[in-house]
Design a binder for this molecule. Structure first.
Ligand code: AMP
Ligand code: SF4
Length: 476
């Protein structure tokens, strides 16, 4: 296998969701409901590993949470501690072997592990670890941490901190031993991870706070960039594995990934999207009769745009809720069919109207083109497209599903050209400043208010290794 093939093989661990419970008698059941709430972050596979204090138990499978677990499976997952994972669908799949949490067995006892994010030096570490005798069971980069841990001396917390120093990229790791849980976030805080409380003494951790709401847990705080947490029955220990941490929360969490009812680092996602819609209306106004949001991804921004522009917000498109996300289908042809099956225009609302159509982002341009066509077929007089994120011109190396230039229409086309491709009367994107202002994080957090905006401006927070850059062609 060539270096490039290896990279793509390794790129299995896309934008996912992690959930954990420590010290609760219904650990597996709570994790099941937590994973349900995180289902939007990954539909390819799901799994849970529990601990009863002596042994670890595992169940995992491909597909949606509701199809992977039966009541019997949950009953068999004994114990008061648990970690769970939902895995994002990627072209090429990866099969059951890459579905997490992984369960490793060794002399030092069993270890459950799951991960959200993507490591940028996975190839280098794999080559090094294999040369030192490691044999990998999966093609996922998440497994690397287990092999690094095995090579360290000292207690688990020290070993974990040492191991994390080798790893570059985006990660939110949950690890489970018989009587302890470990939580680690990369030093840029690229992925969201929150801590909560449940019952008298239970601790929960989740990629998004919406998972706390469904199980009745109380939010405590977000895990900090570079933080490593150890939880046992005595309490919680928090340390830093890295001394220099530079907060760079993924902007796409606010734009697209996170559920609107989640708060990412204290900011409600719906509110952030709505504010971005308002700013978009200021930056790119247009005379129109109605504002329509692409369901569901553009609705919050459309409400903000309509309020600011003083144009009525209308349900001009509806979604068939029983069709999965567009990106689940791997080929372009299927994706286009998927869009058609998923959404339809409301003829009596849009007919003879000048429509402002709002969506959260343009990746390949497929959705926008279909939406514009659909509105015109339904009789819209004009269709003006407004996008609540800046042009995505650069690939993401941190686990979000646009990893090559070829996939990004804005990498090769100007805004005018994209407008022509999607067949709109006009097209505008929010600016990078508008986005960070709309999200509303504190400027004290540093550059871009502590947000990663690399896919918009190419300013990557981490070092990028040559093979990663090559695999994605001509990163400038
Ligand atoms: P496209 O049709 O390729 O332009 O994709 C744009 C649509 O996909 C938008 O409606 C977004 O809501 C959605 N989207 C944006 N980023 C992603 C992503 N990383 N994974 C899945 N869907 C996405
Ligand atoms: Fe998120 Fe874009 Fe940064 Fe990737 S490059 S982590 S998608 S903001």
């Amino acid at each position: 296998m060539s270096e490039l093939d290896l990279f793509f093989e390794n790129k299995m661990n896309e934008e996912c969701g992690v959930f954990g419970v420590f010290n609760h008698e219904n650990a597996a059941e709570l994790t099941y409901y937590g994973l349900h709430a995180l289902q939007h972050r990954g539909q390819e596979g799901a799994g849970i590993v529990t601990s009863d204090g002596k042994m670890l138990h595992q169940h995992k499978g491909e597909g949606l949470v509701r199809n992977v677990f039966t009541q019997q499976d949950i009953d068999r997952l004994k114990g008061i501690h648990s970690i769970g994972h939902v895995r994002y669908s990627t072209a090429g799949g990866g099969g059951i072997m890459n579905v997490q949490p992984f369960l490793f067995r060794s002399q030092s006892g069993p270890l459950g592990l799951c991960h959200n994010g993507n490591l940028v030096n996975a190839n280098q570490l794999k080559v090094y670890l294999e040369s030192e005798g490691s044999i990998f069971q999966t093609t996922s980069d998440s497994e690397i941490l287990a092999h690094l841990l095995k090579r360290q001396r000292g207690d688990m917390l020290t070993a974990l901190k040492e191991s994390l120093l080798y790893i570059e990229g985006a990660f939110a790791f949950l690890l489970l031993k018989e009587n302890e849980m470990y939580i680690a976030l990369d030093k840029f805080g690229l992925r969201p991870l929150s801590l909560g409380r449940i019952g008298d003494n239970g601790i929960v951790v989740a990629s998004e706070t919406c998972a706390f709401d469904v199980i009745g847990a109380e939010y405590i705080r977000d895990v900090k960039p570079g933080e490593v947490i150890r939880i046992d029955l005595e309490g919680i220990t928090s340390e830093r594995y890295a001394t220099t941490c530079d907060q760079s929360m993924c902007s796409m969490e606010y734009v697209y990934f996170a559920r609107p009812d989640s708060d990412v680092e204290g900011i409600n996602v719906h509110q952030a999207r709505k504010n971005c819609g308002r700013i978009l209306a200021q930056e790119a106004p247009i005379e129109a009769d109605i504002v329509v949001g692409v369901p569901d991804s553009g609705l919050s921004a459309a409400i903000g745009y309509a309020e600011e522009a003083n144009i009525p917000f209308e349900i001009g498109m509806v979604k068939n809720k029983y069709i999965g996300r567009t990106f689940i289908q791997p080929s372009q042809t299927l994706r286009e069919q998927g869009v058609k099956m998923k959404l339809s225009a409301v003829r009596s609302i849009v007919k003879d109207k000048r429509v402002v159509l709002i969506d959260d982002s343009i990746v390949r341009g497929t959705t926008s083109r279909r939406m514009v066509d659909m509105l015109r077929e339904a009789g819209a007089k004009e269709v003006h497209v407004r996008i609540a994120s800046p042009e995505i011109k650069f690939p993401c190396f941190y686990g979000v599903d646009f990893s090559t230039y070829d996939e990004l229409i804005a990498a090769t086309h100007t805004t005018e050209q994209i407008c022509e491709v999607i067949g709109a009367d006009s097209l505008a994107f929010i600016s990078v400043d508008g986005l960070t202002k709309g999200v509303g994080r504190s400027p004290k957090l540093g550059k871009n208010c502590g947000q990663c905006v690399a896919c918009f401006n190419g300013d990557y927070p981490t070092y990028l290794y040559e093979d990663v850059k090559c695999a994605n062609k001509e990163v400038k």
